[in-house]
Design a binder for this molecule. Structure first.
Ligand code: IVH
Length: 670
């Protein structure tokens, strides 16, 4: 066998195993054998780059290069479906179809409505050539590189399976529940914001600029609509999809052709319950006239086909008694009202607390203690109160009055203009706010004192050992252990970890002190710009606004922070404790303003330094590294193999392209 033949044969074999595993859920070899085969192919491809192919199974790992998506028009617009919510709507649809078809026999194909984001895939000669998001229905983003990393999407179709020369297939990209839960657990650990539901997670992932990240997130795809000039006009939707399964696509097993309304309703009923056992989120049933000829006959309205409709499942809802409204105070002082109710079973879990969001919503619901309330678990994780059953209201119940003072410290609540939430303004003496600030200070991305956690912070606070972040540095082993020998080891560890944190670089200290609206990135920019805490503390609004990414809101918040004597006192004590109050020599050396105010995109592969090193150089010289090319991009630092799409975009926007050597010269680093 020639190397070319061997490469071809390995690719075919690996594709087949991918299909067995990800589409049919029936693997026939072990993961180990699969990996061996994959490694062999990777080696061969490395050795014979002339046989490279973007659709090789080795290409599913993605890359860490930033990409910017091209907007491309859809050959056939991507329409949406009209929604229906009850049995009567379904009957109406059925009767409209019947009437439209003037007495002809017809079948309705019933299938799952997947709750992800829609994608249109184009195949030519059995090869995936493009994957485009729905966008506005007329044009969408070309996300082909990301789509290639989704294992259940075939890159090459199964040979001899009879696929047309060119066609489009549409479907839904989803994040399975298990991947979604694992992802959120990981994000929680890293103190990153959680995704509200798998749809948001899938959408955020697919639109990521790094295909490597997409590959790591384990997306799945179900296809449900075949179209193209070569699809026989007298064919049938259901049968088309069965064929598409043979070509290599993942097609739902839960599809049924129905002849009567009763059959349709039975299908809906069955899946309303059974869908809880599916690996991915669904939010309804789609009904489609099965014959393509009849579909054409029925045609389209301006927005959606007349031959199809979506029946939406009702969000799971329960009715239970409201016993009390309690109020939680967050780290920023925001007040969240919480409904405390009789325990009720909802979507597989026991629920006794639900969010009431804010005072306006409570008012709108006209909520009374003792009311029977409806609780729903929609796409969000936390259940919410969505209504009141007023028919069950008994006389004499008391209307819920939103609190006027903080439940934790008694301060009078305030409401800032334009914000729905109430806040406790007592930020320096309100316990949850104090503890919240300390928790933020010790968190991983701030001072990273990982031997402490929310429980220890609470414990130290309760015992009067700490009242602000500077108190941490005064803690002693005996104070923490409190004469308990068993606690000495962990206490010593905690004291050492706190001491260690005095070495955390200044940039992170600026983030850790918890200036409202100053996140990790802004903190870094501020630290680099002002170089030490005194300069930052004394900066005027005008000087603050000079820093990239700092607008009026952030600038005012910084001024407010440093105007507060209590914060200055904390900073002085932190300084005494040895916490870094200025950029280190190392960070300062080579620090210039040469690239100040410039937004720079890095693209391609470099010879002299790694991408991370270039990123650092940009930041050290006052520039900002950004992901995608836009009109605002100052220049592109380009290595070898800059993608053609990027090149084209840069040229069309007139953005300069600068080589590695030119860049180094620019920052005086030869
Ligand atoms: S068919 C012209 N089938 O629901 C008909 N859509 O509002 C094209 N969806 O944007 C759509 N499951 O993202 C169809 N089995 C299914 C579906 C489905 C989910 C989504 C799709 C579309 C939206 C319709």
């Amino acid at each position: 066998m020639t190397p070319k033949e061997e490469i071809e044969s390995l690719r075919k074999e690996l594709e087949q195993h991918n299909y067995n595993y990800y589409v049919l859920n029936q693997p026939t070899i072990s993961d180990y054998d699969f990996d061996q085969m994959m490694h062999k192919l990777q080696d061969l491809e490395l050795f014979y780059p002339q046989y490279a192919d973007p659709n090789s199974p080795t290409q599913r790992v993605g890359s860490d290069l930033n990409q910017s998506f091209k907007t491309v028009p859809h050959k056939y617009p991507m329409l949406s479906l009209a929604n229906t919510y009850n049995e009567d709507d379904v009957r109406d649809f059925y009767n409209r179809v019947k009437q439209g078809l003037e007495g002809e026999d017809f079948e309705i194909c019933c299938e799952m409505k997947y709750d992800g984001l829609s994608i249109s895939l184009t195949y030519i000669d059995g090869q995936l050539v493009q994957g485009v998001t729905r966008g506005d229905g007329v044009q969408g983003d070309d996300v082909t590189a990301n789509v290639r990393t989704i294992k259940s999407i075939p890159l090459r179709l199964r040979e001899g399976s009879g696929y047309p020369h060119e066609f489009e297939i549409r479907g839904e990209i989803l994040m399975p529940w298990t991947s979604f839960e694992a992802l959120n657990a990981e994000r929680e650990k890293n103190e990153e914001p959680l995704f509200a539901n798998p749809r948001n997670a899938a959408s955020g992932t697919l639109k990521s600029q790094k295909s490597e990240l997409v590959a790591s997130r384990k997306l799945d795809a179900y296809l449900y609509y075949l179209l193209g000039d070569e699809i026989p006009a007298d064919g049938f939707h259901y049968e088309n999809l069965q064929m598409a399964r043979d070509w290599g696509f993942k097609i739902s097993q839960g599809m049924k052709k129905c002849k009567t309304v009763d059959e349709i309703l039975e299908f809906i009923d069955y899946w309303d319950k059974e869908r809880k056992n599916l690996p991915v989120a669904t939010d309804g049933i789609v009904l489609k006239v099965n014959s393509l000829r009849q579909q054409r006959h029925l045609g389209y309205t301006a927005k959606s086909p007349r031959w199809a409709i979506a029946y939406k499942f009702k969000a799971e809802r329960a009715c239970t008694r409201l016993n009390e409204v309690t109020y939680q105070v967050g780290r920023t002082g925001a007040i969240t009202p919480v409904a405390n109710m009789d325990v009720v079973q909802l979507a597989g879990t026991q629920v006794k607390r639900a969010s009431l969001h804010n005072a306006d919503i409570i008012e709108e619901l006209d909520l009374h203690i003792g009311d029977m309330v409806y609780v729903e678990k929609g796409g969000e994780i936390i259940p919410k109160v969505v209504g009141v059953d007023k028919t069950q209201r008994v006389p004499g119940l008391q209307k819920v009055q939103f609190i006027k003072t903080c439940p934790e410290c008694g301060a009078t609540l305030v409401r800032y203009e334009g914000e729905a939430a109430h806040y406790c303004p007592n930020d320096t003496a309100c316990p949850p706010q104090i503890k919240g600030r300390i928790e933020h200070f010790i968190s991983r991305k701030a001072m990273n004192i990982d031997s402490l956690g929310p429980e220890t912070v609470d414990d130290f606070y309760q015992r009067g050992l700490i009242n602000d972040v500077a108190d941490l540095y005064k803690l002693t082993v005996s104070q923490i252990a409190n004469n308990n020998e068993n606690r000495r080891v962990s206490a010593t560890k905690a004291v050492n970890a706190i001491k260690q944190s005095t070495e955390v670089p200044f940039e992170r200290v600026v983030f850790a002190i918890g200036i409202r609206f100053v996140g990790e990135t802004t903190a870094k920019l501020l630290a680099r710009h002002f170089k030490n805490m005194d300069a930052l503390a004394n900066a005027s609004i005008g000087e603050l606004l000079e820093v990239d990414g700092v607008g009026q809101v952030i600038a005012e918040s910084i001024i407010r922070f440093f105007r507060d004597e209590r914060n200055i006192d904390i900073l002085n004590r932190l300084k005494e404790a040895g916490v870094q109050m200025a950029l280190s020599e190392e960070a300062m050396s080579g620090q210039t303003d040469i690239l100040s105010g410039q937004s720079i995109v890095i693209s391609g592969v470099f010879a002299k330094h790694s991408r991370d090193e270039y990123k650092n150089m940009i930041e050290k010289n006052g520039g900002k590294n950004v992901g995608s090319i836009s009109k605002k991009t100052s220049f592109i630092l380009a290595g070898e193999n800059m993608g053609p799409a990027k090149l084209e975009k840069a040229q069309s926007l007139g953005v300069k392209i600068i080589s590695e050597d030119e860049f180094l010269e620019m920052i005086n680093n030869f």
